[in-house]
Design a protein around this ligand. Structure first.
Ligand code: FAD
Length: 391
């Protein structure tokens, strides 16, 4: 009998997974089912180059169509998986088809929560390329953009809109923007960057309702995402702010795996963690694929993400929920620095502003649970690669 593997979700993670399945030599049927009408495409440009009109739609795609046909990957677009049956497992597609499979990967990502109703022409959220097109169209001719929520997506949309010459007000419920992702001190650095670029940033503002009026304001709601856990929850799988998976991306049901934005992964370095990062979607998707093929491999990538706002490039690697020491290399004032977060001497995370090289190099230290000398971390003359402990 032909072996069948199904990937639910044709986003970045699903796209990475199907290519890895074939790349690892699986010669049965691979079926990827995606609710959107597109092959897997990159979302990061949607708040950056694509939103500003600097990148074409064609350049968003992860792989060309031929990469799927040549690898004999069956792609069902504009098709939703309506149910997962964990025994088997099997999936039920919109239209009634049922596919019994040897393994199912949930790569269903997340969706922006609605704040008091459906989006309209002038009250918008951002997840898909169509969302980006709507925001772009609304910004042409907008009197002002109001961004609700100063997380990464909100802050990037604000920066892009300023680049297009649009007036921007950004409202953040907490006292500091981006605080959940990068902490209070670095969040304050970003507050100053936005204000320096003319954004009317108002913090400590809780939005109770969004109402349309006759003015020309456009509202973009950027308050994060909810993971698409419905299939897993309805099938009785363990869910806790994401589909719970072990180190190998295995859910609580045999033969069912999850990865990417939807997965709460038991990370060997950081513990249970759900992240919403491009790099993780690709790497974890490929790791889950190997796991589906029975490889005995714990996914232990130390995580990495970036954000571009104005001409400021932020990169973060690792994860630290708490720390007892920070070390700065470079100059915060000149926006040319890296901050290292340590606990009990162990380097957990690094944040770099216009310091990609240091962040990349520090990843090896984080992966090795290294205890680097703080003086050497601070010393710009020291190449971080020399601090990696010999294994
Ligand atoms: C505007 C924007 C900017 C970003 N910028 C950055 C950045 O600068 N740096 C960074 O590291 N990360 C960034 N990200 C995050 C990054 O894009 C995500 O982490 C990544 O897209 C997650 O991939 P995924 O495949 O897990 O989920 P998604 O990309 O959300 O894909 C999931 C897919 O599954 C589909 N789906 C859901 N349910 C079903 C179902 N039942 N049946 C069929 N299909 C289904 C969805 O329609 C979707 O197409 C950004 C995200 C956005 C939206």
């Amino acid at each position: 009998m032909t072996r069948i593997l199904v990937v639910v979700g044709a986003g970045l993670c699903g796209g990475a997974a199907v290519q890895a399945l074939r790349g690892e030599g699986f010669d049965g049927r691979i079926v990827m089912v995606g609710a959107e009408p597109h092959l897997p495409y990159e979302r990061p440009p949607l708040s950056k180059e694509y939103l500003r009109g600097e990148q074409d739609r064609d350049a968003l795609f992860l792989w060309p169509e031929s990469a799927y046909s040549e690898n004999d990957i069956e792609v069902r677009l504009e098709t939703r998986v309506l149910a997962l049956h964990p025994d088997g497992p099997a999936v039920e597609l919109e239209g009634g088809e049922r596919i019994d499979a040897e393994g199912v990967l949930l790569a269903t990502g997340g969706r922006p929560p609605l704040l008091g109703g459906e989006p309209s022409d002038r009250v918008l959220t951002l997840r898909t390329v169509e969302d980006a097109d709507r925001i772009r169209a609304a910004l042409d001719g907008a009197g002002r953009l109001v961004v609700v929520g100063a997380g990464f997506i909100g802050a990037e949309v604000a920066a892009s809109a300023r680049g297009l010459g649009v007036e921007v007000t950004m409202l953040e419920m907490l006292d500091v923007p981006l605080v959940r992702a990068i902490g209070e001190e670095m969040g304050k650095v970003y507050a100053a960057i936005h204000r320096d670029h003319g954004v009317d940033l108002r913090t400590g503002e809780s939005v109770k309702a969004v109402e349309e009026d006759s003015g020309g304001d456009v509202v973009v709601i950027g308050v994060g995402i909810e993971p698409n856990v419905d299939l897993a929850r309805d099938a009785g799988l363990e869910v806790d702010d994401g589909v719970v998976v072990d180190g190998r991306c295995r859910t609580s049901a045999a033969g069912v795996f999850a990865a990417g934005d939807v997965a709460r992964h038991d990370h060997p370095l950081f513990g249970p963690l759900r992240v919403e990062h491009y790099d993780n979607a690709l790497k974890q998707g490929a790791a889950a694929a190997r796991s589906m093929l029975g490889r005995d491999e714990v996914f232990d990538d130390p995580h990495w993400f970036w954000s571009d706002q104005y001409d400021v490039n932020l990169q973060v690697a690792g994860f630290a929920s708490s720390w007892d020491r920070t070390v700065v290399r470079g100059s915060i004032e000149d926006l040319d620095f890296a901050v290292f977060f340590l606990r009990d001497g162990v380097l957990l995370s690094v944040l770099g502003v216009n310091r990609g090289k240091d962040v990349r190099r520090a990843m090896k230290l984080i992966a090795a649970r290294a205890r680097p000398d703080p003086g050497s971390l601070a010393d710009q003359e020291v190449d971080l690669r020399t601090l990696v402990p010999a294994s």
